[in-house]
Design a protein around this ligand. Structure first.
Ligand code: E8X
Length: 601
């Protein structure tokens, strides 16, 4: 799927800004009731989550539909062009109405969707655009929620109502099976863009290297009649290769490779014309390969220095904010990091563009988090998620396939792979094959494994890279770093035999900024830094460990709970991006660790 860009043949009209908004009261179920909306409308900013824009508890507690609306005027000079309405992300489910008629629907809150306006709207016309947004999560959504909030009732705590009693009186609410606030709304940009009626619908670039040449296999999908012409432009604007035809192979002599910073993340542009259309697609010449227990980029063993992140900031919630993305890229460089995982959902396209430009490596993750219910039930047999999971993987790869920064796909975060091991292995290995089959660049595929009985887990070891989240010394063996290192070392002995490259994709400690102790204990800044010093010493002993991703880049908001004091505080940085002691520790450590060749062969 191409990102909307204006050029000599295409225009883009932004629909970001102030819209009208109201929360449903449960009586309209996603249908448009204009009397209901007009009596409750208030202002809201797009793009952004709606939850933290208002000082009314209803906005954070909401369960169900909310309604956005605005009037749109399509410029007359768009006349004769193909008109497309594009939502970059609406979380979680969207129903789009134009002049009161349903024009499109979409399930999934982190990937774009489009609505062709042919026959619905004409250039020069005004129209009413209304969007119904559903924030509910359940056993049939990704991310996964507990069904109708009953999961927390019926416990044996004295005074807690039984499930039956709860059903009689409880106000329904979301109970996410994931540890980040269930921000919702039109979280990313909305646009109308134009193309000619005969247009370029997609571009695929598959780079490889042959000696000093860059080999570029390209495919251009089109609609209508015309001839495809392609040119490859260097970063400096020189034509370095050209050809014609909807697909083909071009060669760049003495190619400049895309390398992670502080290397040169060199970008080329595939400039495509077809009939009266024109689109320029940036790409990088780089190779990615797992070989033995190494992760190779351009044939050299790469070491992941970085973190799991979130799209999360005050007031914006999970809303797209290019300024925060630029700031986070600056902090990634300040920390001497070289990578991040898009935990736990695809991020805004603009962040991948920045990573391409800045030379930051991405592990691209789907929103499949929360797949598990402990030993209570086999989620692979009882959660209705498989088709949607395949849809999300298909759409993720369609969106991100050309980014040189994307080097691996993560199908999920912390699914249950322990309680129903064979069922889990069947699910993940078949989805692994499906994911590989969709990626034209055939990048490595994994999922991120939750702290578990790793000997019982039959799925994690089948992935191209073993990605584990481990909290020895925090959630278990709490505060006892000697025991934590011993337990981790035992587990690493196990993975040593498996022979795959391993990334520690999460490890961390909740830390209150400004809480200092001369004898480090949990929640202090000194403990967080010491925790990482000790765990990293264990990781350094193992050549098959090819990456360290502390959890998390920054503090972030979650649902309220006894373990969350103003959200999750495991950030190396505070939520407003100020460094804790551990950030200074990693800045020093990572500035001394090279991107390549850190571990022996
Ligand atoms: C945590 C993280 C959470 O924020 C992240 O989204 C997924 C969790 C740790 C799981 N991983 O809670 O800070 C630990 C499982 C029990 C040992």
């Amino acid at each position: 799927m191409l990102y909307p860009r204006s050029n000599d043949k295409r225009s883009v009209l932004s629909l970001d800004g102030i819209w009208s908004f109201c929360l449903d009261d449960g009586s309209n179920g996603g249908s448009i009731n204009n009397d209901f909306i007009s009596s409750r409308r208030e202002i809201i900013s797009v793009p952004a989550s709606y939850n933290d824009q208002k000082d009314d508890p209803r906005f954070r507690e909401h369960y169900g539909w909310a309604y956005y609306e605005r009037h749109v005027t399509v410029p007359a000079f768009f006349s004769g062009e193909r008109l497309v309405l594009r939502f970059d992300a609406v979380t979680h489910n969207a129903r789009v109405f134009i002049n009161g008629a349903l024009a499109g629907e979409h399930k999934g809150g982190f990937l774009p969707f489009e609505i062709e306006l042919e026959g619905i709207v004409r250039a020069g016309e005004d129209f009413l655009l209304q969007v119904a947004v559903d924030n509910r999560v359940s056993h049939s959504t990704l991310p996964v929620g507990n069904e109708e909030g009953m999961a927390f009732f019926g416990s044996d705590n004295a005074g807690v109502p039984s499930v039956e009693a709860a059903k009689r009186w409880r106000k329904k609410r979301n109970l996410p099976n994931f540890d980040f606030f269930n921000y919702a709304g039109i979280n990313r940009s909305v646009r109308i863009y134009t193309t000619p009626h005969d247009y370029i619908s997609d571009i695929t670039v598959v780079p490889s290297v042959n000696g000093t040449s860059g080999i570029v296999d390209y495919t251009v999908a089109t609609a209508g009649e015309g001839e495809v012409s392609v040119r490859i432009l260097s970063r400096e604007g020189a034509v370095v290769a050209e050809g014609s035809g909807a697909s083909g192979r071009l060669e760049i002599a003495d190619a400049r490779l895309w390398n992670p910073w502080p290397g040169d993340p060199y970008l080329y542009t595939l400039d495509v014309t077809f009939a009266g259309d024109h689109y320029s697609q940036r790409f990088g010449v780089r190779t990615v390969e797992v070989r033995g227990h190494q992760f190779l980029i351009n044939g050299r063993p790469f070491y992941f220095k970085g973190f799991g992140k979130h799209e999360d900031s005050a007031v914006h919630g999970r809303g797209f904010d290019l300024t925060y993305d630029v700031k986070d890229m600056s902090l990634i460089r300040w920390l001497s990091a070289n990578s991040f995982r898009t935990s736990h959902y695809p991020y805004a396209e603009e962040m991948y563009d920045l990573a391409d430009e800045e030379g930051v490596v991405i592990i691209d993750e789907t929103p499949a988090v929360g797949i598990g219910a402990g030993a209570a039930q086999d989620p692979y047999r009882t959660f209705d998620i498989r088709q949607h999971h395949e849809d999300v993987i298909r759409d993720l790869i369609a969106r991100d396939k050309n980014h040189p920064s994307v080097v691996m796909w993560s199908m999920a975060n912390e699914p249950d792979t322990e309680h129903f091991p064979q069922s889990a292995k069947d699910y993940w290995c078949s989805l692994y094959e499906y994911t590989h089959s969709l990626d034209p660049q055939d990048r490595p595929v994994t999922f991120v494994c939750c702290q578990n009985n790793y000997e019982a887990d039959l799925a994690t070891r089948e992935m191209d890279v073993v990605c584990i989240n481990r909290y020895y010394g925090w959630y278990n063996l709490s505060g006892d770093l000697d025991a934590a290192c011993y337990a981790l070392s035992m587990e690493l002995d196990f993975w040593q035999k498996i022979g795959k490259p391993l990334i520690m994709t999460e490890y961390g400690a909740d830390t209150l900024p400004g809480y200092h102790l001369t004898s480090p204990e949990m929640f202090s800044e000194e403990f967080q830094a010491l925790y990482y010093e000790r765990i990293n010493a264990e990781l350094d002993k193992r050549d098959f460990v090819v990456g360290e991703h502390p959890w998390n880049f920054a503090d972030f908001n979650t649902i309220q709970g006894v373990y969350r004091a103003d959200g999750n505080r495991k950030g190396l940085l505070t939520r407003d991006r100020r460094p804790k002691l551990a950030a200074h520790y990693f800045r020093k450590r990572w500035s001394a660790i090279p991107d390549f060749g850190y571990k022996k062969k």
